[in-house]
Design a protein around this ligand. Structure first.
Ligand SMILES: [Zn+2]
Length: 233
């Protein structure tokens, strides 16, 4: 069993599972509000009006912290891991010129549907960021985050979306997940490590599916694939 924490009033408190805390946002009144979004995003986003819980997970440390923002504010993810070993303090962790940054932690948001008991796990994703920027920088990392979140109580049937900085999932990532059969947290956990692992046609960083046997570099994103597979985070 890893370390799972609930964060409130600047304190981390040990909990057994994230499960019982995922819908607290609705009672507290912390929602994804269209008025704070780009107009076009607000029209098309599937989780407008959903409750928002913020979380952060490190597969390497087997650690997750989650909490409910009382207001839509920046910086809460940085506060959640403040004081943990080898991470930068808030706000340095968010700076492009950070030193340790978020280290091996990846930020996520759980969107709770007020209309039923389902939700959506949105994980910050960008292959363009530094590895320590607090976002999943490779597809393989996403798979590891999904596995760790499930161990910490995230429902496997919850859909996993790849979020951009505006907290929406670009269509091409949604379409990619459909094509690859990576819809839910359980899909990413069960299939992801193999799909982006050794001897796979899928690039472990960008997900490109047109790799040939023996390729060293991905023809799509240019990464050296073995380095990505060997990465500890
Ligand atoms: Zn690639």
């Amino acid at each position: 069993m890893g370390s799972v924490y609930y964060f409130a009033h600047d304190q981390r408190q040990h909990i057994d599972s994230v499960g019982p805390f995922l819908r607290q946002s609705i009672a507290i009144g912390s929602f994804m509000l269209g008025k704070y979004m780009h107009e076009e995003d607000a029209k098309t986003c599937r989780w407008v009006g959903f409750g928002i819980t913020k979380g952060i997970t490190s597969p390497a440390r087997d650690t997750t912290v989650l909490g409910v923002p009382a207001l839509l504010q920046g910086g809460m993810h940085g506060d959640m891991i403040a004081g943990m070993p080898a991470v930068d303090p808030n706000p340095l962790c968010y700076e492009p010129a950070h030193v340790l940054g978020f280290a091996d932690f990846v930020r996520w948001v759980y969107f709770a549907n007020p209309a039923n008991d389902t939700g959506m796990l949105g994980v910050d994703f960008s292959i363009a960021e530094r590895a320590t920027a607090g976002v999943a920088t490779t597809m393989l990392r996403l798979a590891r985050v999904a596995s760790t979140c499930m161990l910490h109580g995230m429902p496997g049937n919850c859909e996993l979306a790849l979020l951009n900085p505006r907290m929406i999932e670009p269509d091409y990532f949604f379409n990619y997940r459909q094509t690859a059969g990576l819809l839910t947290v359980a899909d990413w956990s069960a299939k992801g490590e193999a799909m982006f692992g050794e001897d796979s046609q899928h690039c472990p960083r960008c997900g490109n599916t047109s790799l040939q046997p023996g390729d060293v570099y991905c023809s799509s994103c240019g990464c050296q694939m073995q380095l990505v597979r060997n990465s500890k985070i």
